[in-house]
Design a protein around this ligand. Structure first.
Ligand SMILES: Nc1ncnc2c1ncn2[C@@H]1O[C@H](COP(=O)(O)OP(=O)(O)OP(=O)(O)O)[C@@H](O)[C@H]1O
Ligand SMILES: [Mg+2]
Length: 410
């Protein structure tokens, strides 16, 4: 193929992977190691060169737009290549002037996924971002999706993620499959290639980013997000939950409980929408919002879309935000948060079964990782680690009145 004269700043460790043709490719590791940016760069270069079309997906489509979509546009704009691409926001397609395309979809949008065809040629590449959000079956379907096409162009299915827990099916399937040793950082053959990276491999991180990562004190988070090692989760707080497709049950979810935790730049705004089956002690979480950078008027619009005229119980430390939501027609109220409300809330939730809709990716992530603080011997203290718990806080607010009634009756 003709060499392209494109000035992209690529981290050294990834450069050989521009030419990697292994059928299955895994890029995993610590936070901020440059995985997503590199894969976006590779996608843009490949369509520019022609011959390859990409399907770029995440488990839940609603999160694609903020991540891979924005990432690819950044690469195009950063390299001043905008004039070579047409961007179609509604269809979520970025098309190069040579006709090759980047197609974006959520794996939850099965209709769209089935009907997606590139303008010319076949889908040679699939990139699944945050692949730990997917199930084994989702990925199997994607391999099938790539049947056919030009045999001269090797097909690739690429996954990127942080290694959140060694009990994950991806570890079983691919890492055990190649006899992966934890000290290993790369594996390469025709069938599968694995590359582990962490912050030292990304020369574009700021000193503050590096200090944040190096300063992570919780051993689990340090292993996974600083060093990129497969996580071993002990001292997890919630094990009383499971995932289901709740879409078919939605109409029956009339006993609503909604909770909202505010956030803006460093924390997301986090909304939990749920149904309470008090008799059977089951909480169905069937919708969530998890978004950074929302002003209160935008937040109000999104919350109303999800809960309509229902109540939502919010973090009371932001009375101004609550007042603004009210002014925008959201029936929002502050949580009371009495003494020991965090621990009591956790205990109360532990006595229930939580059933989470499969598209509520962030709720699933938080529940997977929410853990007790540990002393220096690794022993759990009676204090949850205050990290990655925005939706869990929202859930506590949502059920505050139910909890109070329960503890009063004790
Ligand atoms: N090639 C690059 N050129 C410019 N900036 C980059 C490049 N690669 C990474 N960065 C910067 O580093 C940040 C982290 O990179 P990236 O998001 O790709 O990491 P990641 O490995 O996907 O992290 P995570 O595991 O948290 O998703 C980016 O937001 C960007 O600011
Ligand atoms: Mg990333």
């Amino acid at each position: 193929m003709p060499a392209l004269n494109v000035d992209l700043q690529i981290n050294d460790i990834y450069i050989p992977h521009l030419e990697n043709t292994a059928r299955t490719q895994i890029f995993y590791g610590g936070a901020g190691s440059g995985k997503s940016v590199f894969l976006a760069q590779r996608a843009v270069i490949d369509v520019l060169q022609g011959g390859r079309n990409y399907l770029i997906c995440r488990a839940a489509g609603k999160y694609s737009r903020k991540s891979t979509w924005a990432e690819c546009l950044n690469v195009i704009e950063g390299a001043e290549l905008g004039h070579l691409f047409k961007v179609r926001i509604v269809e979520q397609v970025i098309e190069c002037q040579n006709g090759y395309q980047l197609l974006f979809s959520g794996l939850d949008d099965t209709q769209k996924l089935k009907s997606m065809r590139p303008a010319k040629g076949a889908i040679s590449d699939i990139w699944v971002e945050e692949a730990t959000e997917t199930g084994r079956q989702d990925i199997k379907e994607l391999y099938k999706r790539q049947r056919g096409g030009d045999p001269a162009i090797p097909k690739r299915l690429t996954m990127s993620f942080n290694p959140i827990t060694q009990t994950h099916w991806i570890y079983d399937e691919y890492f055990k499959g190649v006899g992966w040793a934890e000290e290993q950082t790369a594996h390469r053959e025709a069938g599968i290639s694995i590359l582990k990276t962490w912050y030292i491999h990304n020369r574009f991180l700021t000193p503050e980013d590096v200090a944040d990562l190096e300063g992570e004190r919780d051993p689990y988070y340090h292993q996974v997000y600083t060093l990129g090692n497969w996580g071993v989760l002990g001292n997890v707080i919630f094990r009383n939950w499971r995932v289901r497709d709740l879409a078919p049950l939605r109409a029956q979810f009339t006993n609503r409980r909604n909770g909202l935790d505010f956030g803006f730049s460093s924390d997301p705004a986090a909304l939990v929408v749920s149904h309470y089956d008090r008799k059977r002690k089951i909480i169905y979480i069937f919708d969530e919002l998890y978004e950074y950078g929302l002003t209160n008027d935008l937040l109000a619009g999104l919350v109303k879309e999800k809960i309509g005229s229902d109540y939502v119980v919010c973090d009371s430390s932001e009375p101004k935000s609550i007042a603004e939501l009210n002014a925008h027609g959201v029936r929002a109220d502050g949580a009371v948060k009495g003494k020991d409300s965090v621990l009591h809330g956790i205990q109360w939730l532990q006595q229930h079964t939580l059933i989470i809709d499969k598209a509520c990716i962030h709720t699933r992530n938080e529940l997977t990782q929410f853990k007790w603080k540990e002393d220096k011997h690794g022993k759990a203290m009676r204090l949850p680690l205050d990290k990655n718990n925005h939706l869990i806080d929202a859930l506590r607010y949502a059920y505050e009145a139910d909890m109070e009634a329960y503890w009063l009756a004790m």
